[in-house]
Design a protein around this ligand. Structure first.
Ligand code: EPZ
Length: 418
């Protein structure tokens, strides 16, 4: 039964919300625990369905995973299977992130090929090529990736065609146990990569270049289990900041490092918002008309693709036209088709969207196209006239903990309905 979120627009939002740990870090930190025999503890893990799925992937490998509130206890003393089965990888393509650590720890891995999803083909050629550079033999057949390293992994000089987040993470987690030195050039620089580097280093890994596009890894023989706290979720934070920008606020978001949102904050200021940085958060308010601002999504520190739909919702009410360019994924404008039903004036041409601001949106039934597009539809509903019903919101629940509760705590008229 598809759940839906019902939101009635027009309520001013104000107050404070706290974001959780980053979904796009926690999933990888869980995979990193595979590298060390023993019990690792990861704190500040969001209670979302993607984390539950990754826990099932680890349990399928014979690894113990216990959750207590926002803390995970992962016992990777024994890994009794080297396979991540299709039904789990199909449920969450990020499961591919166990490939690197498994082949590093066990010398072999069998992971189902992740399907594409509705934002793009989500290829993994850079993961494969990089692992082959490290000495992994890869056989693709029957929908599975068979990875073996009979002679163990050896250091390599890898240059990524594109600063892929997942490829950087998989290669990093393979290289830490490889014989010799590995250089990863054109590595992704997202804060979640830095968080993973921090955990690996505290496990005993030797990694230089944290936060830069060149990571140099000197392999070690073994890593030790560790306790690590997940970095705050900058995309969850940005989502609530856009809620504040749309409704006027003031809204304060805690639990995030403002420096991880610099480009988003710059664009929100250009759009007419007042933004104040705090030690562990950001406050936003808007007292003037929304100004049109052009945005192009790029790898970090550029404007994050995961904030593109939310920003498009804001631009759909700007007093002028803006151009939003999606450079990271090939099909990430499905949100535009749905918000048009609410009266937005958006023209898509290839990877560019021309957004002509209108002075109002009207509530309508809409379908959640993906995680971030769905969240953006709820945001649009906060300021639309009347009621918006967003269906198929399972996508949202996989990445946002207590989404409707947090919005309600700011004064929104929103509820989750089965
Ligand atoms: C991570 O996906 C995030 N997911 C995505 O967040 C995020 O949008 C993306 O990074 C970019 O920041 C997780 O961390 C779980 P990529 P990932 O590898 O690692 C192409 C969300 O909403 N590519 O940087 O898959 C790929 O097709 C999700 O939370 C190849 O061609 O992103 C894409 O077009 C959505 N070959 C582009 O690179 C490869 O081998 C960026 O992909 C790998 C990637």
């Amino acid at each position: 039964m598809a759940a839906s979120i019902i939101v009635t627009g027009g309520r001013p939002l104000s107050g404070e919300v706290r974001v959780g740990g980053a979904k796009n870090s926690a999933l990888k930190l869980m995979a990193a625990a595979l590298l060390a025999p023993g019990v690792s503890v990861v704190n500040n893990v969001p209670a979302i369905t993607d984390v539950a799925t990754m826990a099932d992937v680890l349990r399928g490998l014979g690894v113990g995973v216990e959750r207590d509130d926002h803390t995970l206890r992962i016992d990777a003393t024994q890994i009794t299977s080297h396979e991540a089965p299709y039904e789990l990888v199909a449920r969450m393509r990020a499961s591919i992130i166990v490939l690197g650590p498994l082949v590093a720890r066990l010398g072999r891995a069998r992971v189902a090929m992740p399907g594409g999803c509705n934002i793009g083909s989500r290829k993994i050629d850079m993961h494969i090529r990089g692992l082959q550079d490290l000495g992994v033999a890869i056989d693709l057949g029957h929908g599975y990736i068979e990875a073996t390293a009979p002679e163990g992994l050896h250091g390599a000089h890898v240059i990524l065609d594109f600063p892929s987040v997942g490829a950087t993470e998989n290669l990093l987690m393979a290289a830490v146990l490889a014989e010799g030195t590995t250089t990863i050039e054109n590595a992704a620089r997202e804060p979640e990569i830095g968080d993973l580097v921090d955990m690996l280093v505290s496990m005993g890994a030797r990694i230089e270049g944290r936060g830069s596009a060149t990571l140099v890894v000197t392999g070690v023989h073994e890593l030790a289990p560790v306790r690590h706290r997940t970095v705050g979720d900058r995309i969850e934070a940005g989502t609530y900041l856009v809620a504040g920008a749309l409704t006027g606020g003031p809204v304060t978001v805690r639990g995030v490092t403002p420096g991880h949102l610099e480009m988003v904050l710059t664009k929100l200021e250009q759009a007419g918002c007042d933004v104040g940085g705090l030690a562990d958060g950001v406050t936003i308010r808007r007292d003037r008309a929304i100004r049109p601002v052009d945005v192009a999504t790029l790898p970090y520190p550029g404007f994050p693709t995961d904030m593109q739909a939310q920003f498009m919702a804001l631009m759909s009410l700007a007093d002028g036209s803006s151009v939003i360019t999606e450079n990271v994924f090939e099909n990430r404008f499905m949100f535009a088709d749905e918000i048009r039903r609410m009266g937005a004036d958006i023209t898509i041409e290839g990877h560019r969207a021309l957004v002509r601001g209108t002075d109002r949106l009207s509530g309508a039934p809409v379908i959640c196209p993906d995680l971030r597009g769905g969240a953006a539809l709820v945001l649009a509903g906060l300021v639309a006239e009347g009621e918006t019903v967003v269906t198929e919101v399972e996508h949202i629940l996989r990445g946002y903990e207590s989404f409707t509760e947090k919005l309600r705590s700011l004064g929104a008229d929103v509820r989750l309905a089965d």
